[in-house]
Design a protein around this ligand. Structure first.
Ligand code: C2E
Ligand code: MG
Ligand code: MG
Ligand code: MG
Length: 280
């Protein structure tokens, strides 16, 4: 009977699996073409310290012709699995550093934070590539920040820590992204040479098992903030959408925030306009 029901399962699930595989192959092929066709752009989302613009995060945007925009949450995992994240990540670092260098040369320097996938980070040429970019573009290293996730820890803690130290020696700022959702051990996290923690936005939206309203979470938010401060890290809250969340976080001592309440990620010219409008 087990055999029989097994066969039934195969019959039931094979078509769906094929569909998934087909969709994945199609996405992979489209991504490969997109990189060559120049379909990617970078948008920049403000990160505030108090009321002041502290830095921006570079976020990939992809709008294939004849289709709507595809979110990075969908295509980044595919790019990671098929290895395309390596050329794509290089492209992102180069464009983001060029933009940072342009702002610097225009006399309005602004630090740019760039997301780095674990696979990119483990490449032996990662640090040399970053170093080469800073030199070639004459970009002061403090205007570049790299966001790594707890995922880099899983692979090789000693190697990761050494690379992060090397980058910080160059003057590059390091932040730990999506903090609190990937279950890295605290001791591993404490061994990471970093400058900042970015608290995952699920802590605000209630997806971290804290209930559906942020009213249930102040003590958790306070604890994470205290932990960060004890480790001498700046702590940024991601995904701030409402004035209530802003007030709560401010009250708990959070200085650094990012979210739709302030601005979504914007193309460079719109970010320039946003800056100009705020500085009055
Ligand atoms: P992330 O690095 O945690 O980036 C923050 C994400 O939160 C962005 O989503 C941003 O648009 C979104 N966000 C910001 N404020 C709010 C808010 O107030 N409410 C809500 N609901 N969302 C907000 P996005 O651009 O869709 O990117 C998703 C993820 O894709 C990123 O999460 C990052 O992990 C990855 N990603 C994006 N660009 C790159 C890239 O250039 N390289 C790599 N390796 N990953 C990237
Ligand atoms: Mg990020
Ligand atoms: Mg994040
Ligand atoms: Mg995220």
């Amino acid at each position: 009977h087990a055999k029989r029901s097994g066969r039934q399962q195969v019959q039931l699930f094979t078509p769906a699996l094929d569909d998934q595989r087909r969709e994945r192959f199609a996405l992979e092929a489209a991504l490969r073409r997109a990189l060559h066709a120049g379909e990617f752009t970078l948008h920049y989302q403000p990160q505030l310290r108090g009321a002041a613009l502290e830095s921006v995060e570079a976020l990939l945007r992809w709008t294939p012709p004849h289709l709507g925009p595809v979110s990075p949450g969908r295509f980044i995992p595919v790019a990671e699995q098929c290895g395309l994240i390596l050329p794509l990540g290089r492209w992102v670092r180069e464009r983001a550093c060029e933009q940072a260098a342009a702002w610097h040369q225009q006399g309005r320097p602004l630090r740019v934070a760039v997301n780095v996938s674990p696979l990119e980070f483990t490449q032996p040429d990662f640090v040399p590539h970053v170093h080469g970019l800073l030199t070639r573009l004459e970009l002061p290293a403090h205007l570049l920040e790299l966001e790594v996730t707890e995922g880099v820890l899983v692979q090789d803690l000693t190697g990761t820590a050494a690379k992060l130290r090397e980058l910080r020696r160059l003057g590059v700022r390091i932040s730990v992204d999506d903090f609190g959702v990937q279950h890295a051990s605290l001791s591993a996290l404490m061994a990471l040479p970093a400058d900042a923690l970015k608290l995952d936005r699920s802590f605000l939206s209630g997806h971290a098992g804290l209930g559906s309203s942020c009213a249930a979470a102040p003590h958790v938010l306070r604890a994470v903030h205290t932990l960060g401060r004890e480790l001498n890290l700046d702590v940024l809250a991601e995904g701030v959408e409402t004035p209530e969340q802003h007030a709560l976080l401010s009250g708990l001592g959070f200085e650094y925030m990012q979210g739709f309440l302030f601005s979504p990620a914007l193309p460079p010219d719109e970010l320039d306009a946003w800056r100009a409008a705020r500085s009055g």
